[in-house]
Design a protein around this ligand. Structure first.
Ligand code: NAP
Length: 291
């Protein structure tokens, strides 16, 4: 691996994201030229959280740029869980839609798990349904959650060898940590899942050739958690008084890492790129299944 010690390679998520998005745009054009339909993503947003509005708007822009159609459903914050589930089921039944994305988290009175359970698994471009989680855990093809899929793209792009590597993931959420365990295992890494009850976190992390932090605690991991030359991927996005910070203390870890992602500009931009890839994959899979 290039750049031991002080000269860790910075893994540029913006660059990799735009490469993936261009690749997907090319594949969308090819799919349509070959007689396929234009893939369409439906987004659903409940309430008026400003950050969620920005995220959804960015997803629609990315769809436009990739040649993917998109429709948006915006519901008032007082929408009932039943009404939301009814809408999600109707989108599932709509033959003109390939992907469904319900922007999370919903308002407090709505149970996100019940809404996710209403998503048609063939259109579950966030990879959050029990069906897709089960397929991934079983090593079978399905729709994979976007952020962990983006982590794999970054590792591949950085030239980090995954097969046979010691990978340590700190964090075991359904959204990031758990799917990443399966993805890395599927690529023949030796995988350790660390979490809040892990004894000697620094010792466990220092075993890692690939260290992924998906915790939500700004600057939790530093140089003392990083093996010399390791590839360090920081999934954390934490709003602090000093701006956006990752779970890795970047200035400290960069002294030891071989390659490292910054925050912002690392994993963050990958999520939307993988959403485009998943929407195309869902469209292709649906086109392949006779009605
Ligand atoms: P989460 O559901 O809150 O899970 C956090 C995980 O970290 C849990 O498994 C928890 O362990 C573990 N943890 C908490 N404190 C710890 C500590 N002191 N030592 C070791 N482990 C600890 O979080 P998430 O949804 O996975 O998100 C994690 C971070 O990634 C957040 O900053 C989030 O904003 C960011 N994120 C970014 C993207 C993106 O880039 N697009 C997408 C999703 C999430 P237990 O299981 O033992 O409680």
């Amino acid at each position: 691996m290039e750049g031991q010690g002080l000269s860790a390679k910075i893994i540029d998520g913006k660059q990799v994201s735009s490469e993936v998005r261009e690749r997907v745009a090319g594949e969308v054009a090819e799919f349509i030229a070959g007689g396929g339909h234009r893939p369409v993503l439906a987004t659903v947003l409940v309430g008026d959280d400003p950050a969620s509005h920005v995220y959804v708007a960015n997803k629609h822009k990315a769809c436009d740029a990739a040649g993917i159609g998109s429709v948006h459903h915006e519901l008032p914050s007082e929408t009932s869980e039943t009404d939301l589930i009814t809408l999600v089921r109707a989108i599932g039944d709509d033959d003109g839609i390939d992907g469904i994305l319900v922007q999370l988290p919903p308002p407090d009175h709505i149970d996100a798990d019940r809404v996710i359970a209403a998503i048609d698994p063939t259109k579950d471009v966030d990879g959050l349904t029990a069906t897709n989680a089960g397929l991934l855990a079983g090593g079978r093809p399905g729709l994979v959650p976007c952020t962990p899929a983006g982590v794999i793209e970054l590792l591949d792009h950085s030239g980090t060898g995954i097969e046979g590597a010691e990978a340590v993931i700190v964090g075991r959420s359904n959204l990031v940590g758990r799917p990443l365990i399966s993805l890395l295992l599927g690529r023949n890494a030796t995988v350790t899942a660390a979490h809040s009850r892990t004894r000697d976190l620094a010792g466990v992390c220092r075993r890692a050739d690939i260290l992924v932090a998906a915790v939500g605690v700004p600057g939790l991991l530093g140089a003392e958690h990083v093996k010399q030359g390791a590839t360090v991927i920081d999934v954390g996005i934490n709003r602090t008084d000093d701006g956006l910070r990752g779970d890795i203390n970047f200035d400290s870890a960069i002294e030891v890492a071989g390659a490292i992602t910054p925050v912002p500009g690392g994993v963050g931009p990958m999520t939307i790129a993988m959403l485009m890839a998943n929407t195309l994959a869902a469209a292709k899979a649906r086109a392949a299944v006779p009605n």
